[in-house]
Write a protein that binds this ligand. Structure first.
Ligand code: DC
Length: 335
């Protein structure tokens, strides 16, 4: 006797779709495990508390599992769990190693069984990339790489060394031996410059502008992109930046381009800076954002543009939760 696990999701709580998705899940489990209805002793289902319209066990009976014991239960509400999800546990008479089956986005429940996942989120300054990326990464339990932090750390190095970010020669000399590292503590990114954690020091307007300037220099981009690709190659992760979908990971399975009007972005950044007690006027933030947009979009190497296969999200009138929900849905469609 073997225990076979599986799960699927539905887009809405309606009987027809629940029936269809349960049929599909059970069929896939039968096929991938080489079993027939008669081999099954017992099937138990659990569904999240947002599903009320139909018993998955009833769908199993309709799918031809006449002689086995069937049972459905509702799961407790667990914060942050995958929504609209039906899980199944099948006891079957087979000698084969069980093959678990996760459909319609439910694969996120079992990252250990699924392939490495790389998600690219690009967009202009203040579009909410970092906030959204962190939330999604936490939900999927994967790494989140804020690539802008690396350019910021480089800019800080230029500032400390008294090298003008517009001086390509001086900048490239620094790039040769630059020591920038990204480490994670409890899933949170810390950016190190020459062994020192500079995660906070790089969050100010001066460094934002310098990072934008220095990121246009070829040798800097080559160094940073190499490091970014290495992290993405070894880990399931979500990378946020300007050129992830177009240049760093052109083959990423999931690409999003997050934007919002310059005014909305400036307002968000301004509030963020005020919350950190950094005194700056809204107009100053807006001017910087517009200037940075222009620099990032018009530079020669890997400029900020939307990848052809990215999903566009204009978050001007969307809450953080709405954007997260939208991205989750898109991911579920593809997984
Ligand atoms: O995302 P951010 O504001 O922390 O980025 C700072 C600057 O770094 C941004 O203005 C342009 C540059 N950058 C880049 O050129 N490519 C990336 N992938 C990320 C950031």
């Amino acid at each position: 006797m073997k225990a076979i696990r599986g799960a699927t999701t539905v887009e809405s709580d309606n009987a027809e779709q629940i029936r269809e998705r349960v049929f599909e899940l059970l069929n896939e489990i039968k096929q991938r495990n080489g079993i027939e209805c008669e081999d099954v002793e017992c099937i138990t289902f659990s569904s999240t508390d947002d599903i009320h319209s139909f018993y998955p066990a009833k769908a199993a009976r309709e799918a031809g599992f006449f002689s086995c014991a069937l049972f459905s239960a509702m799961e407790p509400k667990i914060n942050g769990s995958l929504k609209m999800c039906i899980r199944v546990l099948i006891f079957a008479d087979t000698d084969k190693k069980p093959v678990p089956v996760y459909l319609h986005g439910a694969a996120v429940l079992r990252k250990d069984l699924t392939q490495k996942m790389n998600i690219a989120i690009d967009g202009p300054a203040g579009s909410g990339k970092s906030t959204i990326s962190k939330i999604i990464a936490k939900k999927l339990n994967i790494l989140c790489l804020d690539t802008g932090a690396m350019y910021r750390a480089f800019a800080l190095k230029c500032k400390k060394s008294g090298v003008d970010c517009l001086n390509d020669e001086g900048v490239c000399a620094l790039a040769e031996n630059i020591d920038i590292e990204v480490k994670y503590t409890d899933g949170i990114q810390h950016t190190y410059l020459e062994g020192k954690d500079v995660s906070e020091e790089i969050r100010n307007n001066e460094i934002s502008m310098l990072a934008s300037t220095v990121s246009a220099v070829r040798c800097v981009r080559e160094k940073m992109v190499e490091l970014q690709r290495k992290i993405a190659q070894n880990n399931s992760c979500i990378l946020d930046g300007r050129d992830i979908g177009t240049n760093v990971l052109p083959n990423a399975q999931y690409k999003f381009y997050l934007t919002a009007s310059a005014e909305v972005r400036a307002k968000r950044r301004h509030e963020e800076l005020l919350a950190k007690n950094k005194k700056i006027s809204f107009d100053e933030v807006l001017t910087d954002i517009i200037k940075r947009d222009e620099q990032d979009r018009t530079r020669e190497i890997a400029p900020l543009i939307m990848a052809k296969d990215a999903v566009l999200i204009d978050s001007s009138n969307m809450s953080v939760e709405e954007v997260v929900h939208f991205i989750e849905r898109k991911l579920q469609e593809k997984i």
